[in-house]
Design a protein around this ligand. Structure first.
Ligand code: PEP
Ligand code: MN
Length: 371
């Protein structure tokens, strides 16, 4: 298992990262490089697990001043010294052109743009310009806010600079809501990114999604089950005393356990029985979906009649009492059927906003315009 997960060779195929086993690709290392000894010990342990790409933060974006902001250039010297002894590649975060220049000067193997950089197109463009003519692989973390266009835009700027090896890192999204995650995963966003850019490897960073080491295994497994191409995990010899992100870093021992536990499922199965059963189930889904779409169209036709009727009688589009009763009854129905009430609520909010849009269109129609 460990061998399969970690004995990864970075190969360039049609300008994209692929690894020897197709997937996934493991990256592990400390949130921050703190001392030579800490970095050496971590690299050695990570390498002994068969992982050959080590992450380390050299400059740290911190929320408040007067906290540990990374050791800077001396860490790059430690990295060079460690690489002379252990055959690994190093990945670091660069947040400005100066960081990138120092990374190149010290032969860093790959860089990533952090979540606070991806949000800023000016900085991204400056870094992209400085990347021209280099062939260093670049990983792009999602922006802190759930904005797919911004994430795609950042990747596009890097690609336009001629960088051929690009990967995306999903590290979750800031949320004002109280959730069990430090950064909400909002899995549909990276899935949408993968749909738009199928050739860009997608790596999951369970550490920054979780914010708590007890959840790393579960999130990493979910990413693998969603066919991610790789995982980037923060690990530290003494996590509780780490200078940054102490709660979410796993110990070197825990890292070994997690890697040993992760299950790598296959993309597909060639067994004929499996295939025919899957096809039968998919046919049933297709026919149910067809009914759903047909019923939505039927519903919309009735909405049009209602809109017209309200307009003729000068009645407002939104009837709060009716809307509340729709929501409540649909929630009740879904509960009785064992469906998630939150899911049904989300679906009905979407249906309702379309209904309002349609009725507004009818209200705004001038009497002489064709219906
Ligand atoms: C990090 O990787 O340590 C980091 C600061 O991440 P992010 O940009 O995702 O917050
Ligand atoms: Mn971190």
């Amino acid at each position: 298992m460990v061998g399969e997960l970690s004995k990864i060779v970075l190969m360039e195929t049609e300008g994209n990262w692929k690894n020897e086993f197709g997937r996934p690709w493991m990256i592990a290392g400390p949130c921050s490089a703190e001392t030579y000894e800490q970095l050496f010990q971590t690299t050695k342990a990570v390498y002994d697990l068969g992982i050959t790409v080590v992450r380390a933060g050299v400059w740290k974006p911190r929320t408040r001043p007067n906290t540990f902001e990374g050791v800077g250039e001396p860490a790059l010297e430690w990295i060079e010294a460690i690489k002379a002894e252990i055959p690994v590649q190093f990945a670091i975060e660069v947040a400005n052109v100066q960081h990138l220049e120092l990374a190149l000067k010290h032969h860093i193997d790959m860089v990533w743009l952090g979540a606070r950089t991806t949000v800023n197109p000016f900085t991204v463009q400056e870094i992209a310009d400085a990347l021209k003519g280099t062939d260093i692989p670049v990983m792009v973390k999602n922006p802190v806010n759930p904005d797919l266009a911004l994430w795609l835009g950042c990747i596009e700027r890097i690609a336009n600079a001629g960088v051929r090896q690009i990967a995306a890192i999903h590290r979750g999204f800031s949320s004002f809501r109280n959730t069990r995650y430090r950064n909400e995963p909002l899995w549909q966003l990276p899935i949408e990114l993968k749909g738009r850019l199928p050739h860009i490897p997608l790596i999951c960073d369970p550490s920054h999604i979780a914010g708590d080491r007890s959840m790393i295994r579960e999130i990493a497994q979910k990413a693998l089950d969603l066919n991610y191409d790789g995982i980037m995990v923060e690990t530290h010899p003494d996590p509780d005393n780490a200078l940054s992100d102490p709660m979410q870093q796993v110990s070197l021992r825990q890292l070994a356990d997690i890697i040993g536990d992760l299950k790598l499922r296959k993309d597909t199965c060639d067994d004929a029985l499996f295939k025919s059963k899957l096809e039968e189930l998919r046919n049933r889904i297709d026919s149910i979906d067809h009914d759903i779409v047909e019923n939505l169209a039927n519903r919309l036709r009735i909405i049009e009649e209602i809109g017209q009727y309200k307009k003729e009688n000068d009645v407002t589009i939104l009837q709060m009492e009716r809307w509340t009763s729709i929501l409540n009854s649909r929630r009740e129905w879904s509960k009785a059927l064992g469906l998630s009430t939150d899911l049904i609520e989300e679906i009905y909010k979407t249906i309702h906003s379309e209904s309002i849009r349609k009725q507004t269109e009818i209200f705004n129609r001038s009497p002489e315009s064709p219906s």
